[in-house]
Design a protein around this ligand. Structure first.
Ligand code: SF4
Ligand code: SF4
Length: 197
């Protein structure tokens, strides 16, 4: 397992962090007793610097900087296996989503900038056309990552197989899709009231 050897106990704790994440996610992170069932079922744990149980502990201990700059939060695929397995009923994936939101809002150095660029390129394309247009998405991704040449061979093959239509198709319900983005934007803001379940 590629678990970080970083001595997380020596980093300055942020005592508001636990409350903030509990409010955003609506999850009682403080009730996690580190049984490790979430990490045992996580398909990405081997690749993560901090597997989900460790992320939960970092939130409990106020280790905000390490948590929101971790690679783990971006390697999480949102499969919710951890949430399903938690004997405490904690939706761990939701907690990790809250960490992602916070990392984006605070514009920290991302642990996995290429994955963030991929998400942004995908969403920007859907926002514009109401559906995915692969060529636009790949062009945006290449510009964001400044990696123009990798995968060119695969791209050409896909183009000749008709998988990369050159012109985007705009759907009729673009206004509805724009509405979904507005809801997601407002949901990503920290709640003024409320707390962990
Ligand atoms: S499964 Fe739940 S209680 Fe166990 S370590 Fe993970 S989050 Fe904590
Ligand atoms: S949601 Fe993320 S952390 Fe949870 S099991 Fe899936 S990949 Fe692992």
């Amino acid at each position: 397992m590629a678990v970080s050897q970083q001595p997380i106990g020596t980093i300055e704790p942020d005592f508001q962090f636990l409350n903030e994440i509990q409010q955003r996610s609506g999850q009682s992170v403080s009730s996690c007793y580190r049984c490790l069932k979430c990490s045992a079922g996580c398909p990405m744990a081997e690749e993560m610097d901090f597997p989900p149980d460790k992320l939960m502990r970092m939130v409990q201990l106020g280790l905000k900087d390490s948590a929101i700059k971790s690679r783990a939060i971006w390697l999480c695929t949102g499969c919710v296996a951890c949430s399903d397995r938690c004997p405490n009923g904690i939706d761990v994936a939701k907690v990790i989503d809250s960490l992602k939101q916070m990392a984006l809002q605070e514009k920290v150095t991302m642990g996995e900038p290429r994955i963030v660029a991929f998400h942004e390129s995908f969403l920007d394309t859907v926002k514009q056309y109401g559906r995915l247009h692969e060529v636009t998405m790949v062009a945006l991704l290449k510009l964001k990552t400044r990696d123009l040449m990798s995968d060119v061979g695969v791209g050409i093959k896909m183009f000749f197989k008709g998988k990369f239509p050159p012109m985007p198709q705009r759907i009729k319900g673009r206004a509805d899709v724009a509405g979904l983005f507005r809801i997601a934007d407002s949901d990503s803001k920290p709640a003024a009231h409320g707390g962990a379940k």
